[in-house]
Design a protein around this ligand. Structure first.
Ligand SMILES: *Cc1c(COP(=O)(O)O)cnc(C)c1O
Length: 347
């Protein structure tokens, strides 16, 4: 039996299902898939993938081959796509063994898939680079025989600036449309979460939301429909009374001006609560805000319990984790707020 946790991450699975359904609805005639890479952006494959599957997601995206195994038990016949593609011949063998589908990102990867040691004509996806310059074949490369040899399910590209009203969005979508006529495929896919906010012109056949499934709001078009999914809660593990002049935490950045009661809480930067988020943050006891005192430590923070005499050891506090607000308050991106959550949470 595990000991009682002092740190927990509550995943609101109804909000998660709501978010997928809303993103699917906003995708118009296209269906929404689900980006579940990086352990569902830190929230946990075990907690999130069954909910996304039951909501209706049929295409799951991960980045690494090493992420496939954790998904297989849950996806129930739905497709797993691997964004980094076959980096090595052994990835081709692994794809054939597991049924995971590679995203081909270069002519080299195309040849590895069809002509390498484990060469196959099994279906694959194709990433075209329309300007983000990370992974993907160039539009000029589409006429290469290595591309003609592929059995392509989804042709995709990725938007660089969908969270902004940038001319780059229309440029990329026009470039993508041009490419579609030049490569045989079943389905086309361009939009991530922010791209869904740009409207159904960007949706094609399949959208690939990640961030907004988990409560992120990269564009205001999404702010009404996307609900908070992750709730970070930590217990008070000790209370103490400071005298005037007592300092709190590393480097004594907070000094008490008067006697005051404070609580030490089991949450620190090892749990993703980075030091830059400390200043100006309060932990919440229902509607009461308890300001942080001093620096965030690896495993602890200290909060002011003035006026909260009823709170003591074992009581749970919540870290405000409404992503757009938390990102604005801290300058940490919504993506990083999620993906830096640590491993110590009870989920
Ligand atoms: C991560 C990723 C997504 C999801 O993007 P969000 O901005 O989190 O919605 C979609 N497509 C590709 C290729 C990705 O790498």
């Amino acid at each position: 039996m595990s000991p009682e946790p002092t740190l927990r991450l509550r995943i609101d699975t109804q909000a998660l299902a709501n978010n997928w359904r809303e993103l699917d609805r906003m995708s118009g005639v296209a269906s929404a898939g689900a980006a579940v890479k990086a352990d569902c952006y830190g929230l946990g494959v075990d907690q999130c993938v069954p909910t996304l599957r039951d909501a209706g997601a049929r295409c799951f995206f991960v980045a690494h081959w090493s992420e496939v195994a954790a998904l297989r038990a849950y996806v129930d016949g739905a497709q797993i796509a691997v964004l980094h593609g076959p980096i090595r011949d052994s990835d081709v063998a692994y794809a054939l063994e597991t049924g995971a589908v590679p995203v081909i990102n270069s002519l080299d990867q195309a040849r590895r898939w069809t002509e390498g040691t484990y060469g196959t004509n099994a279906k694959c996806h194709l990433m075209i680079d329309t300007g983000i310059n990370r992974l993907g074949v160039a539009p000029e490369e589409l006429s290469d025989p290595a591309i003609a040899a592929l059995n392509i399910d989804i042709v995709m590209s990725h938007l660089a600036s969908a969270d902004e009203d940038s001319a780059m969005n229309t440029r990329q979508s026009a470039a993508f449309r041009d490419c579609l006529a030049r490569v045989s495929h079943n389905r086309a896919s361009l939009a991530n979460s922010a791209g869904i906010g740009l409207g159904t012109d960007y949706a094609f056949d399949l959208t690939r939301p990640g961030l907004s499934l988990y409560g992120g709001v990269p564009r205001t078009e999404l702010s009404e429909v996307i609900k908070q999914v992750a709730h970070v809660q930590a217990a008070i593990i000790q209370t103490r009374v400071l005298k005037a002049g007592d300092a709190v935490g590393y480097n004594g950045e907070f000094t008490a001006k008067r006697p005051m009661r404070v609580g030490t809480v089991s949450l620190g930067y090892a749990d993703g609560f980075l030091r830059v988020r400390g200043p100006g943050t309060s932990l919440m006891a229902d509607d009461r805000a308890l300001p942080l005192l001093g620096k965030v430590s690896m495993d602890m923070v200290v909060v002011d319990l003035t006026g909260a005499d009823d709170l003591g050891e074992g009581d749970w506090l919540e870290l405000p984790f409404h992503l757009p607000d938390a990102a604005q308050q801290s300058t940490v991106s919504q993506y990083e707020l999620l993906t830096t959550l640590g491993q110590r949470f009870a989920r």
